[in-house]
Design a protein around this ligand. Structure first.
Ligand code: XMP
Ligand code: MG
Length: 176
């Protein structure tokens, strides 16, 4: 495997920011409970860290959904494939959708549409990274970790062809 490129966001920066996001979410959901719905696979490390920064007084459920718009490679295919549906009922629940990185917004819009069939109490979105420049589907993110320019990044759950997810930092991918 080729080495990933230069570090864009360090391990410490990620850990600090994820802790802040968890604190903010704890504040906003005080006295309520939360159903966290993660979009696999990219968000699995972010979710694991984020939920441990949500205050223990808030009951937290976790569910995962698999959605893919990239296939293999670094450009979105523009089509959404849903491989795993939500198995728990979200009726009446406060839902926090968690995504690793938002690019065009297609993935999140698709998942939001899917959730419309459930009578959720509320739906908010948390994303570790937002690529502002490429938004084609309008979406407001409620919690955003980092804004980055239009570069392809890997690490901390993010992959290229399933590789590099285990890196502790976010790296800009080397030109292949
Ligand atoms: P859309 O266009 O649907 O894209 O907002 C979001 C999804 O595309 C993947 N994605 C990336 N994955 N490095 C990655 O490893 C990137 O720089 C990148 N940009 C987008 C990601 O899976 C996300 O769910
Ligand atoms: Mg993804």
């Amino acid at each position: 495997m080729k080495p990933a490129g230069s570090v864009l966001i360090s391990e410490l920066e990620i850990q600090r920011r994820v802790a802040e996001m968890g604190a903010q979410i704890s504040e906003d959901y005080k006295g309520r409970s939360l159903a966290v719905v993660g979009i696999l696979k990219g968000s699995f490390i972010f979710i694991a860290d984020l939920i441990r920064h949500i205050d223990s007084s808030i009951p937290v459920e976790v569910e995962f959904i698999t959605v893919n718009s990239y296939g293999s490679g670094t450009a979105s295919s523009g089509e959404l494939r849903m491989d795993r549906n939500i198995e728990i009922s979200l009726d009446g629940k406060d839902v926090l959708l968690v995504e690793d990185i938002v690019d065009s917004g297609l993935t999140l819009q698709g998942v939001r549409d899917l959730l419309k069939t459930q009578k959720t109490r509320s739906v908010r979105i948390a994303a570790l990274i937002e690529k502002k420049s490429k938004r084609r589907y309008p979406l407001t993110l409620d919690y955003t970790g980092f804004h980055i320019p239009d570069v392809f990044v890997v690490g901390y759950g993010l992959d290229l062809d399933q590789q590099y997810r285990n890196l502790k930092e976010i790296h800009i991918l080397n030109a292949q």
